[in-house]
Design a binder for this molecule. Sequence first.
Ligand SMILES: Cc1cc2nc3c(=O)[nH]c(=O)nc-3n(C[C@H](O)[C@H](O)[C@H](O)COP(=O)(O)O)c2cc1C
Length: 218
Amino acid sequence: MYFKDTYMSSETLQKLNWRYATKKFDATRSLSAEKIHILKEAFNLTATSYGLQPLKMVAIQNKELQQQLVPFTMKQQQVADASHVLVLCVETEMTSNFIETYFNKVASVRNTPKAILKPFETFLKDSFAEKEAEEINQWMEKQAYIALGNLLTVCALEQIDACPIEGFEPEKYDTFLQLKEKNLHSVLVLAVGHRAEDDMFADLKKVRRGVGEVVIEM
Ligand SMILES: Cc1cc2nc3c(=O)[nH]c(=O)nc-3n(C[C@H](O)[C@H](O)[C@H](O)COP(=O)(O)O)c2cc1C
């Protein structure tokens, strides 16, 4: 069934239509501490496969540093002008120790006896041990994309302007931000802040294939 007025009546859809990939931020405006707090919590609340959270987010609010990121970001000025630049990173490897730390946390947070958790813990340790490093990296990067999607939706709901950015050089970010030393590898960038009043992209109509084309009902 097609709901004629959904586009207009759903607050959620209105907010999702409000958001767009911001091309020009107002460099004079900063997001409030509360909005940044919401984004950090939303990142932490992101669902991940097995709940392992092989992710970290670097939150940069430093105009000098941000300007220096521009050449590593295909010259995209958004990273310089945004209020904050969020760099979504994955672990460089999934160690048995990492998995153990997760299960210890489950046990303490939920008061679950370790004996109940042990079979699943052993299964996960064994299954990751059998995988190639590249396969694990790809799996972790998928988790970073889930976090990006979650953050983009939260930005829409919270009226935070954002530009998701894949157009950057992860190796250069890793070196410049000393991520390798933290056992991290950058995967995605999200510039957040306030749109500039003259960002012409704000008024462009959404280009989408349409529900009739992208949804198959069975
Ligand atoms: C994973 C991902 C990477 C993207 N990378 C860039 C980017 O590097 N630079 C940019 O300006 N927009 C980037 N975009 C924005 C898309 O071009 C944009 O979301 C798409 O054209 C739909 O437009 P809208 O978000 O304004 O509705 C990216 C979007 C996604 C989801």
